[in-house]
Design a protein around this ligand. Structure first.
Ligand code: 13P
Ligand code: SF4
Length: 332
């Protein structure tokens, strides 16, 4: 195996087109390390009829080198309903792979590292949701997809950062339980007349950004556009020119083509998007998601070679969770 992973002239030729696009974000000294994996993973995907879905926070060699589809949580869930592949390799965190499995009980869903978690998903359990429902009887529960299957199974309808307001507004109730991200919940609450009952979960990556930091960017570069993810604290969002999901941020850059932009979100986003928009100058603040960064090319290759690690969801729980994810996908 070691031999087949050498940076041979054949590997260099097979990956030259990919590297041409990545030149500005991956130093040429690093490419010989990535390229043999990129070449082998792309071969194995075809042999196994596998599709590789990658979240926007994956590193550029994954995002641009081996992914068949890239997107935000909503896009990944939608894509998972629309594939003929036998195997889905989810390059993202565990709740994303679980969502893909809930939507595709008959497919093999793999995650290259089972430890790729999420501070939001681990902030709440199904038992916590049941307790909330007892405290607020009859109040519908909206859960962010950044939750485990047992939480989704207790949920009326899921949402992502891309559709949270729309999902809340779709409910025929003046009060809504919104969990687990309190910052996203507060952001939604500002835009709806419904009373939002929150759970105090947060994203360990986005909660570290501060409004002062954003003001500093604006002072240093007055014409900068600041775009932020709604998992950030409220005072950070107040300083931003645009707030949106990770794909919403990409669409904003695409449609507005700002000269200078700062994306207040995970590190790899700016690298990935800069490849697509070489004329936009990205200021790159860096808050890494340690969970997303567990996914690497060697682990993806291992996953395709061994079919590890399969993500399984107990059948009854999966069926109940399916209802809440499906109801979200039906809201357009
Ligand atoms: P998006 O759905 O906006 O990609 O967000 C997912 C996530 O985990 C952000 O931290
Ligand atoms: Fe979870 Fe935050 Fe990482 Fe997204 S960035 S996966 S919300 S810990």
């Amino acid at each position: 195996m070691q031999e087949s992973l050498a940076y041979t002239p054949a590997v260099a030729a097979a990956t030259a087109g990919i590297y041409e696009r990545l030149r500005d974000v991956i130093p040429d000294i690093e490419w010989p390390v990535h390229a043999p994996y990129v070449a082998r993973i792309n071969e194995l995907k075809a042999e196994r009829n596998a599709i590789l879905l990658a979240h926007n926070y994956q590193t550029p060699e994954i995002y641009h080198g081996v992914a068949d589809y890239t997107g935000d949580s909503l896009g990944l869930a939608q894509k998972a309903t629309d594939t003929d592949a036998d195997i889905i390799v989810l390059c993202g965190v565990h709740f994303m792979a679980e969502t893909a499995k809930i939507l595709n009980p008959d497919k093999t869903v793999l995650i290259p590292d089972l430890e790729a978690g999420c501070s939001l998903a681990s902030s709440i359990t199904g038992a916590d949701v049941r307790a909330m429902k007892e405290k607020y009887p009859g109040v519908p529960v909206v859960s962010y997809v950044n939750t485990s299957a047992d939480v989704k199974a207790e949920t009326d309808v899921c949402c992502t950062s891309g559709n949270a307001l729309k999902v809340v507004e779709s409910l025929d109730s003046d009060r809504v339980i919104f969990l687990p991200d309190a910052y996203l919940g507060r952001y939604v609450a500002q835009q709806t007349d419904k009373e939002i009952i929150l759970w105090e979960g947060s994203c360990e990556v986005h909660e570290r950004f501060t409004a002062d930091e954003l003001r500093e960017y604006r002072k240093a570069t007055p014409d900068i556009q600041i775009i932020a993810h709604p998992e950030c604290p409220p005072d950070v969002l107040d300083e931003a020119d645009f707030v949106g999901s990770t794909s919403g941020m990409i669409n904003y850059v695409d449609s507005q083509r700002p000269q200078r932009v700062v994306m207040i979100t995970e590190c790899s986003m700016s690298d990935n998007v800069a490849v697509e928009f070489p004329d936009v100058n990205f200021i790159r603040p860096c808050n890494l998601c340690p969970h997303m960064k567990r996914i690497t090319l060697p682990k993806i290759l291992h996953s395709l070679e061994t079919l590890e690690y399969e993500v399984l969801v107990e059948r009854e729980m999966a069926e109940r969770a399916y209802g809440s994810v499906k109801r979200m996908l039906e809201i357009r």
